[in-house]
Design a protein around this ligand. Structure first.
Ligand code: NDP
Length: 296
């Protein structure tokens, strides 16, 4: 993954493809090293994953998380509760995990069945065990710059991709399309922290094409297949595509029209194989950081 080649004879250089799989593997090997170091001082990092009901996508995600934990040596414990679980029983489990000294990180897999209130459940997790970084305390900590608190995995993974691609956001115009609590808003906060000039676009943005055309760094987190047209991209921009959209023909595509965007970008993430693997890897990083923080 070298620097992009300079343009010559009016031909645009091919972009750097930011390889999320490769970078996630590097992150996992760093985590495995950290697990060994913690082991040497008698700490075995533990992650509890709570899944309620039979959502098929959640089952796949949780299996992936367990496999990642096994690979790096983090002890993972899955609590799979029936879809009929009451809010009180789920909160009781969270309280039990909060009090369990062998558990350093807790993750409640979303979405929860409709009769359960996600916000109440997430708020019940001890912020010092909040593996996803969704607790209001940790959201606030990111916003006001308290260091050492867990951060939402997807935007944290994007920041690591930018770092590995040697893209410094300082002074750059960054556009985040999407303002969800799990991706768009924390993404904007992290880019701002790195001194980008940040714009957030959303479904009520008047002229998305014009916003995209101004961006040096574009992060698309919309959930609409190829909504961002390739010819909107500013020449030389860095394009990070968080979107994962399954087409009717079974293909997985991002929120950005990849091929034409790649012709204009200086660096771009593929879908799949860009942001997705990093989201998983950053959960491991958060778990290690929580275990380290407890050790301190
Ligand atoms: P949400 O549905 O929570 O948020 C989507 C955002 O996109 C909203 O803020 C919405 O605006 C905005 N939006 C919708 N339509 C438009 C439009 N026409 N123009 C501009 N903005 C628009 O999604 P998430 O943030 O949870 O996820 C976004 C995408 O990222 C999805 O494809 C998801 O699958 C993917 N994802 C990928 C991950 C990974 O690891 N690769 C992890 C998490 C998510 P408004 O607020 O006004 O409604």
């Amino acid at each position: 993954m070298g620097a992009p080649r300079p343009a010559a004879f009016g031909i645009l250089p091919s972009p750097m493809i930011i390889d999320g799989k490769l970078i996630a593997a590097k992150v996992r090997s760093e985590v495995a090293e950290a697990v060994r170091a913690l082991g040497a001082v008698g700490i075995a990092p533990g992650l509890a994953v709570v899944r309620v009901g039979e959502d098929p996508a959640s089952a796949i995600y949780v299996r992936g998380k367990r496999k990642d934990c096994e690979e790096v040596g983090i002890r993972s414990v899955e609590h799979h509760l029936p879809a009929t679980t009451s809010q009180a029983d789920l909160l009781a489990l969270v309280a039990q995990l909060n009090a369990d000294p062998t558990i350093h990180g807790i993750l409640v897999q979303l979405p929860l069945p409709k009769h359960l209130d996600e916000r109440t459940v997430l708020d019940a997790i001890d912020p010092r065990k909040d593996a996803d970084g969704f607790h209001p305390f940790n959201v606030g900590a990111l916003s006001i710059g308290i260091p050492g608190t867990p951060r939402p995995c997807t935007p944290a993974g994007v920041m690591r991709l930018l770092e590995e691609a040697k893209v410094d956001p300082k002074g750059k115009r960054a556009l985040v399309v999407g303002r969800s609590n799990i991706v768009g808003k924390p993404m904007a906060a992290m880019l701002l922290e790195k001194h980008a000039t940040v714009t957030i676009a959303h479904s009520r943005t008047q002229d998305l094409a014009a916003e995209v055309a101004r961006a040096d760094i574009l992060v698309a987190a919309i959930g609409k297949a190829e909504l961002v047209r390739g010819d909107w991209i500013r020449e030389g921009a860095v394009v990070i595509d968080v979107g994962m959209n399954r087409l009717e023909d079974g293909r997985l595509v991002g929120d950005v029209e990849y091929a034409p965007a790649a012709r204009r970008a200086s660096a771009i993430t593929p879908v799949p194989g860009g942001v997705g693997p990093m989201t998983r890897a950053m959960l491991l990083v958060n778990t290690i950081e929580l275990a380290r923080a407890r050790a301190r």
